[in-house]
Design a protein around this ligand. Sequence first.
Ligand code: ARG
Length: 459
Amino acid sequence: MSQIRGRFNKDADKLTEAYTASVQFDKRLYPYDIAGSIVHVRMLAKQGIISEPEAQTIIGGLNSIKEEIEQGKFDFKPELEDIHMNIEASLIEKVGEVGGKLHTARSRNDQIALDMRLFTRDAIAQSIAGIRGLQKSLVDLAEANKDTIIPGYTHLQRAQPVLLAHHLLAYFEMFQRDAGRFGCCYERTDHLPLGSGALAGVTYKIDREFLARELGFDRISQNSLDAVSDRDFVIEYEAAASLCMMHLSRLAEEIILWSSAEFDFIELDDAYATGSSIMPQKKNPDVAELARGKTGRVYGNLMALLTTMKGLPLAYNKDMQEDKEGLFCTVDILLATLEAMAGMMATLRIKADNTAQATKQGYLLATDLADYLVKKGEPFRTAHDIVARIISYAVSQDKTLDMLSLEAYKQFSPRFDEDVYSITVESSLAARDNIGGTAPERVAQALADARKALEESST
Ligand code: ARG
């Protein structure tokens, strides 16, 4: 048996067969395809469309095919085009003609829409679990280093001191949004398309509510044309994955910077670093670099599917077969990246002495100095100006702010007093005591909230 050739007078050209086949990649959908078929057959029997013994025979056949695939014994044939035809042909071979009843009241168009939704639902659940794992690593790392201070940056220039925990919790927030986005995507994926037929619905008295219930769908698609031609849920998954990879690549970039000799803020665990084939001294952050690099392919997959779907007339078009490889690739990259980054974050070592030292240079307390003058009555804009001149003076003297004498300060403004020396990295942190600020108490609360959110998400 080869591709469906009923109305044709000759076999498909070998090239046509090879070009149109998808089984080499859509075989991955077999558990979903078989689960969907079993529920479909049960529904057909329940509705009296086929007999109960026929249903049992078909289900037995499908289960043994599943076993064969799992044991690597199934012979996938590209000439049978896709996973659906491969399974159906093998079923008929096994159980005889009755196997041909499986496809009653169904088309490959609603069948593939079902398989893709079942696959994507699982992928979403796994993605959210992966995100939770990484978030836990971030919270653990933040908690274990809760007093560590680092320079905060803007324009990659040292700007103001922040707690390392505050910085890590910024990523926690990003991944919260990502998990939320996957959750929303799940809601729109969780619609049963089966029962839409090729495009217009089916002529049998089927029970779509039963199908939805048995396959765990929350809703039933309301328009058959839409149901077989909708791939929004795949695009949404890929969009959510792209955003998540964007966040991962930003975190990866910071790890790469921080592990360089120029920053020297962290040391990667040996298990998460690789060596160079020529330079014996190298300890390369390959995991982080690949997380950054693979992001490109995930964006590419999103753009590819958007472009494939653009301008497609209703309803099913073979173009849509192109949705699979990109989705599978994106899911594989995202899950692997989340896991690898979680492991890397869980094992890296923070060099707190170095980060603290880095907050001492670069005039990170300049804003606090301006705020000091503001609190003594100076308008902020002139305070900013005064401090800018003080910094320029200190730079010319090669001094840090705490090395300047009170006389020197007073030359810039009479408002300066002895208490100017109480401006420290610690006071700078403590002063940022509003919701979302880096004050240690706020960060401790944020950490506790994050921990609680994680616990709640796992129940
Ligand atoms: N392999 C096809 C796909 O992935 C399955 C649906 C085929 N439908 C059809 N009318 N040729 O899109």
